[in-house]
Ligand binder design. Structure first.
Ligand code: SF4
Length: 255
């Protein structure tokens, strides 16, 4: 399957799961109002309507976010309130969508990859271009050759540039474009780096699982995700297509 076709399939999976999630949540909210209706009337005659207004507002929020999200995936231009739609998607819809997807038998990898694909499209539409100092390239330590003893998490310049792993190529990209480059061993270090560098956009490299959770943790900061390649399995001597990374950098860099 070509990469473009894979992208379309992932997008369709995401659209289908979001539409299903939206329907389920709306049905659940309607039930939450109908089922206790009689009991609430005994407490106070207007109690069912107070609950109805609250649940109605939630229902409208879910419908608005789902419709906004589906439109932002389908339309080629950015919608008003695109950032808010991304927020509701990341914080509310994706956890529910993952649950629905797993129940329907889709693999975690398919679900997370479809989310990363759609997130990237939303980020591309929403964001402009920035000075190099406001762009952070955040990569995982598993890109480092497993036999290399240099400590890179505190200072990536400890790399001796021997060329045995992709860190060498990443340093070249950093030097060519003047962006920040950091190696993180986990979420805590990644958060510290983000606080220190204060980027406007993060271009993050990781596996589907870490990228998906990183995108959710970092919100409202936008994260453009690039999947790493794992020829030796997870977390060992992984690689990254540097061409894809350079193309992403050029998209966000001010000319
Ligand atoms: S390029 Fe060489 S020195 Fe640098 S991290 Fe990779 S293996 Fe270590």
């Amino acid at each position: 399957m070509t990469e473009a076709l894979q992208g379309t399939v992932r997008k369709r999976l995401f659209i289908g799961l979001i539409a299903g999630t939206c329907l389920l949540v709306c049905a659940l909210l309607a039930m939450l109002w109908v089922v206790p209706y009689v009991g609430l009337r005994n407490i106070h005659p207007s109690a069912p309507w107070v609950l109805g207004v609250i649940l109605g507002a939630l229902l409208l929020l879910v419908l608005w976010a789902s419709a906004g999200l589906l439109l932002s995936v389908v339309l080629p231009w950015p919608l008003p309130l695109a950032r808010r739609v991304r927020g509701v998607t990341v914080k509310l819809l994706v956890p529910m969508m993952s649950l629905l997807g797993r129940t329907l038998g889709f693999s975690k990898e398919d679900i997370h990859t479809s989310f990363i694909k759609v997130n990237n499209e939303m980020v591309l539409r929403e964001l402009g271009r920035y000075e190099p100092s406001r762009i952070l390239l955040l990569v995982p330590h598993c890109l480092q050759n497993s036999r290399c003893e240099m400590r890179l998490t505190h200072d990536v310049d400890n790399c001796k540039r021997c060329g045995l792993c992709p860190i060498f190529g990443l340093l070249e990209l950093r030097d060519r474009y003047g962006v920040h480059l950091a190696v993180a061993t986990g979420g805590t270090i990644a958060r510290r780096i983000v606080v220190e560098k204060r980027p406007k956009v993060i271009i993050a490299v990781a596996c589907y699982r870490d990228l998906s959770s990183g995108i959710q943790d970092a919100y409202p900061l936008p994260v453009f995700g690039v999947l790493n390649e794992r020829p030796f399995g997870p977390c060992l001597d992984t690689t990254v297509p540097l061409d894809n990374l350079e193309a992403a950098l050029l998209r966000f860099l001010k000319a």
